[in-house]
Write a protein that binds this ligand. Structure first.
Ligand SMILES: Nc1ncnc2c1ncn2[C@@H]1O[C@H](COP(=O)(O)OP(=O)(O)OP(=O)(O)O)[C@@H](O)[C@H]1O
Ligand SMILES: [Mg+2]
Length: 313
């Protein structure tokens, strides 16, 4: 484990932001941290980074206590904060150079790293312009260049794609994939479920300062889905209604479980349903069906089940 956090608690005055979070991250993992606004995601990341001290609990990075990290370990960590970490009046080049220097890079190594970081996010052409003249998406990308200039082994990103255009978003997602394929350990928070599903092999869901689910993406989805959806395509809306009647009459479903949308019957079934057995019982009725298929449960549904909230506010 390269990051080990145990039973972290952190309150701001009477407000408990983080209430007993434990999380262990292995080298090379890409972990998506999800949660509604105010769930405690940023506070958790700040605790993992040692930027905020916990009221109780501990954090170890590469086996060292976060309170006494060696210079080498500090340099192995990169952070892309939710709020911009660059100076708006300075050029992109000056900003990334500033961060590179802070991480101990000098001379040729610094120049090369700065160029790589700006090329990586597609900003090299605009390096001489003041950061405040960049578009929102370019500013997000500059924020990333500042966090990765020293080629960190652990990269912690807090909402790196919030408010960016689709083109910058794709560029950012590709960058994260490249870093992750290069062996970096990535912890990534986002409000966009599709990003987490596309990037991460593990998901941690937080709500009210606590971890409410943690595991491989597919497993978290499977374990937290209490109903599944089966779709029966029929030739017409009339045939669809007829199909529902038959299913009810043969006691395969109860009426409230079945809906008709155009010529499709949408059935809500128990999570432990044996799909093949169910399909053969339906087919045995001799109905005219064009197809019978199962709708894959999404992270969105799981999130809603666990937190009672949708992610977009
Ligand atoms: N520096 C601070 N001072 C006071 N309260 C804070 C501070 N930082 C966070 N909080 C509070 O702690 C709680 C958790 O905040 P946090 O920023 O960690 O949530 P989040 O999950 O990152 O939310 P978002 O999705 O909006 O970024 C919130 O109620 C917030 O108001
Ligand atoms: Mg946050």
């Amino acid at each position: 484990m390269i990051i080990e956090a145990e039973d972290l608690h952190k309150s701001f005055k009477a407000n408990k932001a983080v209430g007993g979070v434990s999380i262990a991250i292995d080298e090379g993992e890409t972990v998506g941290l999800l949660g509604p606004n105010g769930a405690g995601k940023s506070t958790t990341l700040n605790l993992l980074l040692g930027l905020v001290s916990p009221d109780s609990g501990s954090v170890r990075v590469f086996g060292e206590s976060i309170r006494r990290l060696s210079a080498d370990t500090k340099r192995a960590i990169g952070f892309v904060p939710q709020d911009f970490a660059f100076f708006p009046e300075l050029s992109g080049l000056a900003n990334v150079t500033y961060w590179g220097r802070l991480y101990g890079l000098r001379k040729r190594a610094l120049d090369t790293a700065v160029r790589d970081a700006l090329e990586f996010t597609g900003l090299w052409e605009r390096r001489k312009d003041a950061a405040k003249t960049y578009s929102g998406g370019m500013q997000r990308r500059l924020n990333i260049s500042c966090g990765i200039v020293h080629n960190p082994k652990i990269l912690i990103m807090d909402e790196p794609t919030v408010g960016v255009d689709p083109q910058s978003r794709n560029h950012i997602l590709d960058s994260v994939r490249t870093l992750s394929a290069g062996g970096a350990t990535v912890v990534y928070t986002s409000h966009y479920m599709e990003e987490i599903q596309a990037l991460c092999d593990r998901v941690v869901i937080m709500d009210g300062g606590k971890v409410v689910a943690d595991g491989a993406l597919e497993k978290v989805i499977r374990d937290n889905t209490n109903e599944r959806v089966v779709m029966l395509e029929t030739p017409s809306p009339g045939a669809a209604r007829d199909t529902v009647d038959q299913l009810v009459r043969n006691e395969i479903v109860a009426t409230p479980q079945a809906d008709v949308e155009d010529s499709t019957v949408v059935l809500r079934v128990a999570a432990d349903l044996d799909f093949n057995d169910f399909a053969s019982r339906v087919l045995a009725l001799g109905l005219t069906l064009e197809s019978i298929s199962e709708k894959r449960p999404s992270l969105e549904t799981v999130f809603l089940n666990l937190t009672g909230k949708t992610l977009r506010d």
